[in-house]
Every structure is written in structure tokens, then in C-alpha cells.
Design a protein around this ligand. Structure first.
Ligand code: IYR
Length: 224
């Protein structure tokens, strides 16, 4: 393993004015990302998804082990199979497992066990975390800060997809490990999240509840 360091040559420095305007623009842009639950069946080129996954794969990770794997699915029969299994599990969640408090918290989102978008959206991206691995494909070393690393990469993935002009839903079916079986992933991997990506349906809506974002004073403190 190389312990050599190379000079930083690709950092771009902006003036403070440029930085403020770039940061503000990014904030405005990223606020137009919404979790969408009604998708169009319009196709999306694989090349776009590839670039977004490459962006996600550049995320920082524990010891740079990059403990993630993305399975991007556009095959109809596999999407149908995922939908069927998710709806089966979600039925149990909504009818028994969730409990009143959880269901009450979900009410403003209007979710239920029906997940038509899983067979309608052009791409489902199953994100897996790897307990062991390492940098080389054949490594089987310990990975570190796996959840943190895969969480950051997944955040970057949905931001990249949004930036490309697509809409997404971050879906965490419960239980989720069936995805590893369907995708035939190895034993060291755990299903982390399912990202649905595509164009919004023409009549897509956003729950008003989800548009309320906490103000700066509530999410940050500054010590100066
Ligand atoms: N997984 C379920 C329930 C669900 C849970 C949370 I927390 C959400 O923010 C949204 C949904 C479903 O997808 O319906």
C-alpha cells in the first residue's frame, strides 16, 4: 500500500464574494430536492446514473476503504420482484409492526404499503454497506465507520441525482436484507438503503410537511 503523498493540484480558490454566491446558489438549488413518491416511467440513460454513482463513490470513508456497493436496477422483472417483496413487508409494518406513534409521525407524508413507484421508476439503486473489504477488490480487511461512510456516499448520490435533474426517494424498507438476496450480494454486505430515481410523474406532489425545514438558529450554533 502506497504511503506517498502527492501535491494538491485540483483545489479551486474563489474570492469570498464568489464563495458566498456559490454557497447561496447551492443552498437554493438543493432546497429544490424533494422526496418524490409518484414517478414517471420515462427512461433515464444509464450513463447519467453511472456518473452519479461515481460521484457518490468519491465520498470520504473510514481509511478510504470505500465500504459500499451500488446495484442499479432497470430490469423490469427485478423491479417487480422488489416491489412485491417490499409491499409484503410494508403491509406487516403498517398493519401491525409500526405502532400508533410511528404511524402518527408518518401521517403527514401520506405513505402506505402500496409502492407502485418501485416498478414504475426507471432506476432502483440498492445501496449496500460492507463490513469487511478494503481498497483492493480482493481485500477482506476490517472496514471502519461503515454507516457514517455509506451514509455520506448515499447523501452524495441523491445530491448528484438531483443535480443531474432527476428526482429521488430514499426508501428504507423494513426488513431490507431481502435486497441482498435478490441482488445476490456476498455475505459481508448489508442492505443500507434503496434509492428510487427518475422523472417525477406529471401530477407529482410534495407533502407540505416535508417542505418545512428547520431554520439556521435551530440547526446550528456558532461559537465565535
Ligand atoms: N418504510 C415505510 C415507512 C416509512 C418510514 C419512515 I421513518 C418514513 O420517513 C417514510 C416511510 C414506507 O416506506 O412506507
Amino acid at each position: 500500500m502506497s504511503d506517498k503523498h502527492i501535491p494538491l493540484t485540483d483545489h479551486i480558490e474563489y474570492t469570498p464574494e464568489q464563495m458566498l454566491s456559490r454557497a447561496t446558489e447551492f443552498n437554493i438549488n438543493v432546497r429544490r430536492r424533494h422526496s418524490i413518491r409518484t414517478f414517471s416511467d420515462r427512461k433515464v440513460d444509464k450513463a447519467i446514473i453511472e456518473q452519479c454513482i461515481l460521484a457518490a463513490g468519491s465520498a470520504p470513508s473510514g481509511a478510504n476503504h470505500q465500504p459500499w456497493h451500488f446495484v442499479a436496477i432497470s430490469e423490469q422483472s427485478m423491479k417487480d420482484q422488489i416491489r412485491k417483496t417490499v409491499e409484503h413487508h410494508e403491509h406487516a409494518f403498517y398493519s401491525r409492526k409500526a405502532g400508533e406513534e410511528w404511524l402518527e409521525a408518518l401521517k403527514p407524508l401520506g405513505t402506505n404499503e402500496q409502492k407502485p413507484y418501485l416498478s414504475i421508476a426507471p432506476w432502483l439503486i440498492a445501496v449496500f454497506s460492507q463490513k469487511t473489504g478494503g481498497i483492493a477488490e480482493t481485500d477482506s480487511r476490517n472496514n471502519y465507520y461503515v454507516h457514517e461512510s455509506v451514509g455520506i456516499a448515499t447523501g452524495m448520490l441523491i445530491t448528484a441525482l438531483h443535480h443531474a435533474g432527476l428526482v429521488t426517494l430514499t426508501h428504507t424498507p423494513k426488513p431490507m436484507q431481502f435486497l441482498a438476496d435478490i441482488c445476490e450480494r456476498p455475505d459481508n454486505e448489508r442492505a443500507f438503503m434503496l434509492i428510487i430515481a427518475g422523472y417525477p410523474a406529471e401530477d407529482a406532489t410534495v407533502p407540505e410537511h416535508a417542505t418545512i425545514k428547520k431554520p439556521l438558529g435551530q440547526i446550528a450554533s456558532f461559537v465565535e
